[in-house]
Design a protein around this ligand. Structure first.
Ligand code: DAH
Length: 343
């Protein structure tokens, strides 16, 4: 009877084990047959204690064999389950090497930086040094040292941001660096100064409160306006990649004498007259002149021994002309769609 029961138990255990397919069903199986108190097989093995020694031996051996057999099969099953779950996991983690990658966007130079570097390269090749100065400047360097005393109406030519700190402004032009350069290096001197300048102005398509200029100066014994014209001709030809037309016209700036304005033959209509040049064929490009003796003195350079020219132009305006940009605000707007066109 008991033997029969054990055989049946083995049968049902084997068929139950067949149906085990994952960790949970494995654990259920283990509990059903091997749980300490309630396991079906455990109970039978425990029940053996009441038998005679003879029977105990016989049935004990038999049921132990069955137990081992089942345990053996369970081990196999366990490996099988582990393999299956690993396979499932790997399938989920699979990498599809044929999928397209994620493209990283690479930034590029702002058109202002590109053109500034081009200009710096040209001037460096001509032996100029590149200098910078502070954006928060003293009234002395921004005005007085440049021959613009406080009572002078020329102060009103440039609308100025005055800082809370007495005597301090946001520089309205790069010209104050002329004085700093003279004081630092003396004569002879050849330098350009690219930099950001500020004007207290309402913004529209052609005005911004912040923009870029490039200042330049060349001081030696016999420097004159013909040198300035030759240099600007070369620089502008190279920037615009063609022969540009230039003309000098008298202009007033307190820090030069004589003072002049340099006009560029209109690049849009080639001088025929259009809306950009207001039908004149020329566009104002920069201010320049021979450095005023008072300015040389402020720079601790003897005007009886040395002379030179200075100029200043709007880098921002040059970039607009070069690329045909019709709104200055685009250059500081940070719009990537706009900026990507210059890659
Ligand atoms: N600083 C002037 C401005 O911002 C431009 C300028 C004119 C610079 C004549 C010069 C110069 O060096 O000689 O409008």
């Amino acid at each position: 009877m008991l033997l029969e029961k054990i055989k049946n138990l083995k049968k049902s255990a084997l068929s139950d084990l067949e149906k085990v397919f994952d960790e949970k069903s494995f654990r259920d199986f283990e509990l059903k047959y091997f749980a300490r108190k309630t396991g079906l097989l455990t109970k039978i093995l425990r029940g053996l204690s009441g038998l005679s020694i003879e029977e105990k031996k016989k049935i004990g051996k038999f049921s132990n064999e069955i137990k081992r057999e089942i345990e053996e099969l369970m081990k196999k099953k366990k490996k099988e389950i582990e393999y299956l779950s690993l396979k499932k996991k790997l399938k989920k983690e699979k990498i599809d090497l044929t999928l397209p990658g994620q493209e990283k966007e690479i930034g590029s130079l702002h058109p202002l930086s590109t053109v500034q570097r081009e200009i710096e390269d040209i001037f460096l090749q001509m032996g100029f040094q590149i200098l910078t100065g502070p954006e928060m400047e003293s009234e002395y360097y921004n005005f007085e040292a440049l021959n613009i005393p406080s009572y002078h109406p020329a102060r009103d030519m440039q609308d100025t941001f005055y800082m809370e700190e007495e005597g301090t402004v946001l520089r309205t032009h790069t010209s104050p660096v002329q004085i700093r350069a003279m004081q630092d290096y003396g004569a002879p001197l050849k330098a350009i100064v690219p930099g950001r300048v500020f004007r207290y102005e309402a913004t529209d398509a052609s005005h911004d409160n912040t923009f870029y200029q490039i200042e330049g100066l060349m001081i030696d014994k016999e420097i004159n306006l013909a040198n300035l014209k030759a240099i600007m001709q070369e620089v502008l030809n190279r920037i615009f990649k063609k022969e540009v037309k230039l003309r000098f016209r008298p202009g007033y700036f307190p820090f030069v004498e004589p003072g002049l304005e340099l006009d560029l033959g209109c690049l849009i209509c080639e001088g025929k007259g259009c809306s950009v040049c207001k039908q004149s064929g020329w566009v104002e490009f920069m201010g320049a002149g021979m450095i005023h003796p008072n300015v040389l003195k402020a720079g601790k350079i003897n005007p009886k021994k040395w002379q030179g020219f200075a100029f200043g132009f709007g880098l921002t305006r040059l970039v607009m002309m070069k690329y045909g940009i019709n709104d200055i605000r685009l250059l500081s707007g940070g719009n990537l769609n706009f900026l990507k066109q210059f890659n």
